[in-house]
Design a binder for this molecule. Structure first.
Ligand SMILES: Cc1ncc(COP(=O)(O)O)c(C=O)c1O
Length: 384
């Protein structure tokens, strides 16, 4: 009998973002606005904390849930900033980036046949994990509600198969921040439903006006809510691989085991660096935000001048203009833009079929790169 592999693994595809950025090697002069990671270095004191840990031979395993000192720093950071608290001993697990947090939670709660509702368009990292668990994704279309998930529409999608609903706030790819009224309505509706709530708030520190509101601050839903987070985006630490999951103690016992059998623990020097990030370097995201806001304003105004319809983002470092007026798919648009316009952006269809008709532009790039990128976009659009 020929050797086979898990058909669910067999069905996985290269993520759309990678498909696009992989093509870039063939276009050495192209401007690349595809990547979703800060272009700033990791703060110096954070790097030094990691180096110190290595020099002091703090290079072994930690507790499966992560260093208690880091879990305490996580709790102090969120309770000071957003007014919610998790018990560092029982309700917080340090993971290998938010990606592993997503994987560990879904593998803890999902069984074959479950349904998970995702407001869409949405980050492409959730669907493969849900499907690897044998569960099915159900989309909540947010394109007619300015990318805000409507409680009324969500309620209609909930069935007895629904196991969880996930929110990503601020959003990748739209940069949209959930409004307080939207969240109040969602909480009112969800509090009486037997459905887990996952909230991926990895971009919370990149909120540009007003303060981020966390779903974890609503006590009515805390018994079934998991908050996913990490320092990848806030402190420009994507390569350090530190994320966190916060959730109800009983279930977190199992999340800890799923995480432990996956990877034992997160990298220890990186955990020491993350302690520094959340304590002494806790204000560096605000410094980065000053630059992101300048870039966001520039890109937003240029897109309007070019004639594209776009929602003004208030968080993360993405903007998601519509290209529906040009009568082609987002993949075709992005391919032509790269080949004949010398600019790489991500086709909206990467972020579920509900992203069709949009492109994602990342402004985690310096102003000169953004200026040239937007000039190229304008020139390309004039040829259509
Ligand atoms: C919404 C969202 N969640 C999670 C992640 C993954 O984060 P990490 O690098 O910490 O695994 C990303 C990365 O782009 C993201 O955009």
């Amino acid at each position: 009998m020929p050797l086979t592999i898990n058909p669910r693994a067999n069905a996985l595809e290269v993520p759309g973002i990678r498909k696009f950025s992989n093509q870039l090697v063939n276009f050495p002069n192209a401007i690349n606005l595809t990547i979703g990671q800060p272009d700033f270095p990791t703060p110096i004191s954070v790097k030094e904390a990691g180096i110190r840990a290595i020099e002091q031979n703090l290079t072994g395993y930690s507790h499966n849930a992560g260093l208690l000192e880091l879990r305490e720093a996580v709790n102090t950071f969120f309770s000071n900033k957003y007014g919610f608290s998790y018990d560092p001993q029982h309700e917080i697990v340090i993971t290998n980036g938010a990606s592993e947090a997503i994987d560990s939670i879904f593998r803890t709660i999902l069984v074959e046949g479950d349904e998970v509702i995702l407001p869409a368009p949405i980050y492409s990292g959730y669907v493969p994990v849900i499907e690897l668990c044998g569960a099915k994704v159900v989309y909540l279309d947010t394109t007619d509600t300015a990318f805000q998930p409507s409680a009324e529409q969500l309620e209609k999608l909930i069935t007895d198969k629904t196991k969880a609903v996930l929110f990503n706030n601020p959003s990748n790819p739209t940069g949209i921040v959930m409004q307080r009224e939207t969240m109040d309505e969602l909480v009112q509706m969800l509090k009486d439903k037997d459905v887990y709530i996952l909230t991926d708030e990895i971009y919370s520190e990149n909120t540009f006006s007003g303060s981020h509101i966390s779903l974890a601050s609503y006590s009515e839903i805390r018994d079934k809510l998991f908050c996913l987070h990490g320092v990848s985006k806030s402190h420009s630490m994507t390569g350090w691989r530190i994320g966190f999951v916060m959730g109800p103690a009983e279930i977190m016992k199992k999340v800890t085991l799923v995480h432990a059998y996956n990877s034992i623990c997160s990298s220890l020097p990186a955990q020491y660096a993350a302690i520094e990030a959340l304590t002494n370097a806790k204000d560096t995201p605000a410094e980065m935000n000053m630059e992101y806001v300048r870039r966001r304003d520039y890109v937003y105004h240029r897109l309007l001048e070019i004639g594209l319809s776009v929602e003004k983002p208030n968080g993360a470092f993405y903007i998601f203009p519509s290209i529906k007026a040009y009568g082609m798919s987002s993949f075709e648009f992005a391919t032509k833009l790269l080949h004949s316009g010398g600019l790489a952006v991500v086709p909206g269809s990467t972020f579920t079929p509900y992203g069709e008709g949009y492109i994602r532009i990342s402004y985690a790039y310096s102003m000169p790169i953004l200026v040239e990128g937007l000039n190229r976009l304008e020139n390309f659009i004039q040829t259509l």
